[in-house]
Design a protein around this ligand. Structure first.
Ligand code: GLU
Length: 270
C-alpha cells in the first residue's frame, strides 16, 4: 500500500505518476444525447500534455449506451435487457472510434478493455488484465476501459463505472483516481436546489460525510450518482489511493485541476 496524498487536487496530480481518469456519460454526452466529440478532443489534448510530463494515464469511459442511442436514433426508451445490451454493442464501437480519432491527433494509440465483475474476482483473469494494462501503458498506449455491457447486464455486473474505475485503480496500483462528473464535487446539500450549498473540498472520513450530506437521485444519463462515487472513494482510499471528484464539463478541467485553477472534492487516502 502506498499513499501519494496532497492537500488539494493540484498537489495530488503533481505527486502522482499513474492516474486513472473516469469520464461519466453526462460529461461525454451533450444535452441532446449526442456524443460530445469536442470534449473528447479537448480531453485527449490534456491527457497528451500530462503524458508529455511523464504521467501515465488509464481512462475509464462510460457512454456506450448513450452513443448507441445517438447512433441509431431509436430504442432510447427500451428498458429490456436485450435491447440495452444491443445498444451498448452498437455504441461502444462508436465511442471508441471517437476516442481513437481524438488521441490519433497526438500520435497516441488507444487500447480497449471491456471488463466484468469476474475479471476482478478471478485471480488469473485479474492478473491477465493487470499485465495487459501495464504493457499498454509501458508502450505509451492509453487503455480505455468500460464494463462489457453487452454481456454483463444480469448478475455479476459491476453496474457503474465509478466502482469499475476504483477497482481498476487498485488493480493497476494507481497513485490517483479522478472522477469527472456533472458536478464540481460533493456539496453540503444539492446545489441545484439550495443556493447556500457549499462545496466540500477535502474529505477525510467518508462515513461522517455520508451522515452529514443529503444524497440525491442519479443524473440524466449516468447510472451512479453520489452513492457510487462515495463507494469508489471508500474502495480506493482504503488502498492508499486518493480520489478527486470534479466537473468534467468545465473548460480544460484536467489542466486546470493540475494548475490549481479548478476546484473539486479530494478524498484523502488512508
Ligand atoms: N457502462 C455504461 C455505458 O457505457 C455506463 C455505466 C455508468 O454510467 O456508470 O453506457
Amino acid at each position: 500500500m502506498k499513499t501519494k496524498n496532497g492537500t488539494n487536487p493540484a498537489e495530488c496530480i503533481h505527486n502522482a505518476k499513474k492516474i486513472v481518469l473516469k469520464i461519466g456519460s453526462n460529461t461525454l454526452a451533450k444535452k441532446d444525447g449526442t456524443i460530445n466529440f469536442e470534449f473528447m478532443q479537448e480531453f485527449a489534448n490534456q491527457c497528451a500534455a500530462l503524458m508529455e510530463d511523464g504521467k501515465q494515464i488509464v481512462i475509464v469511459s462510460s457512454g456506450a449506451q448513450v452513443a448507441g442511442v445517438s447512433t441509431l436514433d431509436k430504442w432510447a426508451r427500451r428498458k429490456d435487457t436485450h435491447y440495452r445490451q444491443a445498444l451498448c454493442a452498437i455504441g461502444q464501437i462508436e465511442l471508441m472510434d471517437k476516442w481513437r480519432c481524438a488521441f490519433a491527433a497526438h500520435d497516441i494509440h488507444i487500447g480497449q478493455l471491456l471488463l466484468t465483475n469476474i475479471d476482478f474476482t478471478d485471480d488469473q483473469r485479474t492478473l491477465n488484465m493487470r499485465n495487459t494494462l501495464f504493457t499498454l501503458v509501458d508502450e505509451g498506449v492509453v487503455p480505455i476501459i468500460n464494463e462489457n455491457d453487452s454481456v454483463s447486464f444480469a448478475e455479476g455486473r459491476i453496474g457503474d463505472n465509478d466502482n469499475l474505475s476504483a477497482l481498476t485503480a487498485i488493480v493497476w496500483s494507481a497513485d490517483l483516481l479522478i472522477l469527472f462528473s456533472d458536478i464540481d464535487g460533493i456539496y453540503t446539500c444539492n446545489p441545484k436546489e439550495f443556493k447556500d450549498a457549499a462545496l466540500i473540498e477535502t474529505v477525510k472520513n467518508i462515513d461522517e460525510l455520508r451522515a452529514s450530506i443529503s444524497i440525491g437521485a442519479t443524473n440524466d444519463f449516468g447510472t451512479g450518482g453520489i452513492t457510487t462515487k462515495l463507494e469508489a472513494a471508500e474502495k480506493v482510499t482504503e488502498y492508499g489511493i486518493p480520489m478527486v471528484l470534479a466537473h468534467g464539463g468545465r473548460k480544460n478541467i484536467l489542466d486546470n485541476l493540475a494548475k490549481g485553477n479548478a476546484k473539486g472534492t479530494l478524498f484523502l487516502a488512508k
